[in-house]
Ligand binder design. Structure first.
Ligand code: ATP
Ligand code: MG
Length: 442
């Protein structure tokens, strides 16, 4: 018999079907056994009657076992209908039950409220839960919608390398890799140089890249291995061409998430993010003036946003601008990556911007330097040996147009979409100072 997906079962009343999935619930009721089964498409209530040939196996099967079930789909008696649930008006009368893999006794109830370390220690098991499925299904949609939005705007996807000869951000601590002949290579801290170089091929390029950062951060928003969704575009007039594409893309991601995963947001006790057109945009100076006035707090560092500044300006944007997103511009050039273009006539301010989402930076971008001599002079200013960047500088030597782009952290974006407290919850297999799958020390 062919397998039927559980979401199709409501069209199968009165017929015999074969399904495969996991046992979600198993409960004895008198001599009967209730056995709910779930597959990738949904859940159905199974009933094993005392006269069913499957009754002995049903008594033995454990929760989260993988099973194959044959049975007949029946309408539920009126009093047992749960109208708002998938398959709430049908049940599967089980005739045969095959255990494909019997699950061992679970170490705890999967509904239990676990602390983060216990959750992560048990991630492979926890992937059985709706909560984990929700998070990573939404994350898949974020990536897909981001990709579709850029392809629609004539961006070409490319693969950035993960092994590099030097550190692109020139500051972010890169992990060393022992390479051939006792050479040292590094894990990429950003696809920056490569996406810029791709501008000379396609004008508009993007990548969804794995990158690695070795800063000794132990915060709820930093990982050692993360995913950056990066795009870069040529022939821009100024950085606003970049922020415009970014906010259109983000709005499309939010709308798609709402369409595909309407129910998720309530399950996480949050709402679909507010993403008005346009997103509010403030300079750093304006933002900090608002924070001072509204939150009666002195600002310690006026050259950058602190985590508390990010939280408070987002609180303000939600209250006053009905937006969960806000751009901050007007950062001093010296605070930004070395390839950041200075805003013409506005020195010492740069074209760099950050996009904040529900209290956290999720994206940074800017117009980049395109002129060879200016780029070399900037490198000298920053004590960077431009000879070491000769590969990258071929872009500047051979016709880089004015260009700019930005980088969105996938895990931070997912985290904030669902209002999760820690980025590790939004990372299927997080790596940090203390963990690669299991804890690195007790
Ligand atoms: P922060 O100052 O918050 O540490 P950053 O400014 O160093 O971040 P960028 O170099 O601007 O980060 O990287 C672009 C985006 O990549 C960030 O906005 C963020 O979403 C994500 N990102 C960067 N570093 C990390 C990290 N260690 N863990 C998780 N996400 C990160
Ligand atoms: Mg940044």
């Amino acid at each position: 018999m062919e397998r039927t997906l559980i979401r199709e079962l409501n069209t199968c009343v009165g017929t015999q079907v074969l399904i495969r999935g996991w046992v979600s619930v198993r409960r004895d009721q008198g001599k009967m056994v209730f056995c709910d089964v779930r597959d990738r498409s949904g859940m159905v209530q199974g009933i094993v009657l005392p006269i069913s040939p499957a009754i002995e196996i049903a008594k033995e099967v454990t929760v989260e076992s993988a099973v194959e079930v044959v049975g007949t789909i029946n309408k539920r008696p009126e009093k047992n209908i749960t109208a708002d649930k998938q398959n709430g008006d049908i049940e599967l009368s089980v005739e045969s039950l095959t255990i494909l893999n019997k699950a061992q006794t679970l170490p705890f109830d999967l509904d239990a409220d676990l602390n983060l370390d216990t959750l992560l220690d048990n991630r492979p098991l926890m992937l059985h839960t709706e909560r984990e499925r929700d998070i990573f299904a939404l994350q898949a949609t974020v990536m897909q919608a981001y990709r579709n939005a850029l392809i629609k705007r004539e961006f070409t996807e490319f693969q950035a390398p993960a092994l590099v000869g030097g550190d692109a951000e020139g500051g972010a601590a890169a992990f060393k890799v022992s390479y051939y002949n006792e050479m040292t290579a590094f894990l990429a801290t950003s696809p920056q140089f490569y996406k810029e170089l791709m501008v000379n091929a396609f004008e508009r390029a993007f990548t969804i890249a794995k990158i690695f950062r070795g800063e000794k951060h132990a915060t709820p928003r930093h990982l050692s291995e993360l995913t950056q969704m990066d795009f870069e575009m040529g022939f821009i007039r100024d950085y606003h061409d970049v922020t415009r594409v970014l906010e259109e893309v983000v709005r499309e991601v939010v709308v798609t998430a709402g369409e595909k995963h309407g129910g998720i947001f309530a399950r996480f006790d949050t709402t679909l993010p507010l993403a008005p057109d346009p997103f509010p945009m403030l300079t750093l100076t304006e933002a900090q003036a608002i924070i001072r006035a509204e939150f009666k707090r002195e600002i310690e560092d006026t050259s950058d946003m602190s985590p508390e500044d990010e939280r408070q300006i987002c609180e303000w944007a939600r209250r006053e601008k009905q937006s969960d997103f806000i751009f901050i511009t007007g950062y001093p050039t010296k605070k930004r990556a070395f390839y950041t273009y200075e805003e013409p006539g506005k020195a010492p301010f740069s074209t760099g911007f950050d996009l904040l989402f529900r209290g956290l930076e999720i994206n940074s971008g800017s117009q980049r330097m395109h002129d060879y001599d200016e780029m070399v002079a900037r490198m000298q200013e920053r004590d960077l040996d431009h000879e070491k960047f000769s590969f990258y500088l071929q872009g500047h030597k051979y016709g880089f147009p004015p260009h700019g782009g930005c980088s969105t952290g996938l895990e931070r974006f997912t985290m904030k979409m669902l209002d999760l407290k820690n980025i590790r919850e939004a990372t299927a297999f997080p790596r940090d100072m203390n963990r690669i799958d299991m804890r690195l020390s007790s």
